[in-house]
Design a protein around this ligand. Sequence first.
Ligand SMILES: *Cc1c(COP(=O)(O)O)cnc(C)c1O
Length: 354
Amino acid sequence: MAKLNRDSLRKSVLDMSAYTPGEQPQEGSIIKLNTNENPYAPSPKVVDAIKNALTSDRLRKYPDPLGTKFKIAAGNALGIDPDSILIGNGSDDILTILTRAFVPESGLMASATPSYLLYKTLAAIQNARIELVPFTANWQLPPVWPFPEANLTFLANPNSPSGTMVEATEIDRLAQSLKGPLVIDEAYGDFARHNSIGRFQNGAQPEGIIITRTMSKSYALAGIRFGFAVAHPSLVRELIKVKDSYNCDVLSLEAATAAISDQAYLKECIAKIITTRTRLHLELGKLGFKVTPSEANFLWCTHEKHSPDFLYLELKKANILVRLMKYPGHEGIRITIGSDPEIDLLLQALRKLV
Ligand SMILES: *Cc1c(COP(=O)(O)O)cnc(C)c1O
């Protein structure tokens, strides 16, 4: 019989380091500005939908494996073909499905850097190589993308941790140069001036581009775990083969359907967050911070006098959690846009520190 020990694991798993998510303290009165959660409650219609689904008959049975009701609601809300939508257990699930579907053993993945760290973890699990291409000094793509042959290329837009965006013409230029698909990770797309969903509107069905979206940030449903991809319907049919049959449960499907159907609530929430973002950016500037202009629900900053480590640790002592992030050549803190009272407390704490 095989020995159940570490030696039985695939070498790529033994060799990789785990993805480290932001801290998730489960108790205490902490102001949590570290993982870009929404400070506002989800739409009240979400809670109603979950309550209505809480019947023993719904829980007894498997969910709809394709999430048909969600796809129709999302198609309506976004003006796209429901058949171009693939449901996921968070958009991280979607990113995993895409990696499994497109990247062979020892294949090649690429992304810009600094960006979302999970792409690197997905490559390690797949035993693929990943090439991280530095953004230019003002967070744009290099004039020539050096890895057109990649099996899969990720671009977070808006990007994390910077909150910056690459314009549509630059995305076109990148997509046209690639042999494999371009995944535009729009986890923060709802907060930005523009996004790529328009590429799939009015019956358009572009090939070579896959957009990923999450309900965790703009829809305030990080606890529910729901995300989706928008891609050519023929591609969605193939990706369905790779996903777990029941990757989304009854309650998350109901919640996501109600949330995406309430676009008025979404817009209200986003408007509040953008107003707070503008205010925080201004106030941080007055305190000696260098803040990168953001199109997302967070700000990336450094301080002229104090190190990111110092700021992170001192804020933590004051029960305020921000994300300390270190990349080669880039170190800073990423601050999620909280509610106005939370941001007031953050500013109070910072005024004492700097
Ligand atoms: C938060 C985030 C995700 C993941 O979202 P989930 O749906 O919660 O898995 C994906 N990409 C980026 C860039 C993110 O910041």
